[in-house]
Ligand binder design. Sequence first.
Ligand SMILES: C[S@@+](CC[C@H](N)C(=O)[O-])C[C@H]1O[C@@H](n2cnc3c(N)ncnc32)[C@H](O)[C@@H]1O
Length: 386
Amino acid sequence: MNTQLKKRNLIQFYLIQSILRQNSLRQLRTKPTHHHNDKYRTRSTEEDNQQDDLFLYKSKGQHLLTNQRILDSIVRKSSVNPTDTVLEIGPGTGNLTLKLLDVASKVVAVEIDKRMVEVLNKRVKDHGFEDKLSVIREDALKAEFPKFDLVVANIPYGISSPLVVKLVYGANPFRSATLLLQKEFARRLLAKPGDSEFNRLAVNVKLVADVEFVMDVSKRDFFPVPKVDSSVVIIRPKDHIPDVNLDEWRAFTKNCFGKKNKTLGATFKQKKKVIELFRLSKMTSSNGEEINRNQYVCADDDGDNEEESDGEECHSSSCADRELLLFKEKIIEVLKAGSFEDKRPSKLCNEELLCLLSMLNQSGIYFHEQTKPRNVDNVAFAAAYS
Ligand SMILES: C[S@@+](CC[C@H](N)C(=O)[O-])C[C@H]1O[C@@H](n2cnc3c(N)ncnc32)[C@H](O)[C@@H]1O
């Protein structure tokens, strides 16, 4: 740790002390240890006999937001109504929770760390808010969330992608999610077609929600100081989402954004892809009748080198199965008809992608096993982002 960082930590240590005292929390003393990279130590002075040392684990994303001005601002921007139930993921020792309890009807906090829950409960009780708080001590990715009106959270950054997906594709309708995220991750969520950060996550989130940038937050506003800066965004689920099978959409964007800068023509000419799509599409049209994948493997390859194609291709002259060849031609025909062949997914907006998917589906080309029930796979979908 360099000298400047040490100095900053020391200043924050004293700041936290004074804040915690003001809040009449038991007097936690927070200082970094140098024994282990992953651990920072908080120690009780008042209740040394009752409580073991509390370590903050970087691996669990335990960087506590200590800047009161930022905490107030997050709550203010969240527009919490007095009748609202707020879901908070990762309450930690309760810096944000206390402020939320002040303005909401109820807070449901999901926290994985038992030691944090103990500190949180004690602190909330000291403020007389215990009737308004319920804690779910579980991994937020596995927990079943109860009904809530909005989410406000400084989340552990390690679970950002699957958590955002779990929220926006989850069964719970909610008004908004105000999230403190790693700055780079926030930029990826906010990215537009053509931006270098534009990616599949942004595409999938944008289909069902709008994302608004609120503010940047410096790493110095946390204890211990993390390596990265942060940003606050608000995610608002859309009132109307396009009429598309979400499982089909997700499978389609996964196929398109595997290599987001490759042209769609190059992506969909790959032998493996053609075979896989042929199998799925055939299963759909034949109502689940199993297709023998090996039946459609090319017997030979004429070695034709097409630009931008880094995968093996299925070429007309050598393809063992005419049906497979016709299927590949059908894909190319659709791409050409919509002028998509030379386009790159990273530059297409959702309307264009929806249009392409609709054209492909209308031609009998599918990306997800249509025999499976619709939109029931949210947990698996979220997990795929972890
Ligand atoms: C960035 S800290 C935020 C603490 C507090 N909200 C604050 O702003 O000071 C993240 C919290 O999430 C908890 N956490 C980490 N992984 C989790 C998970 N998978 N599910 C629920 N909580 C988790 C950590 O224990 C930690 O308390």
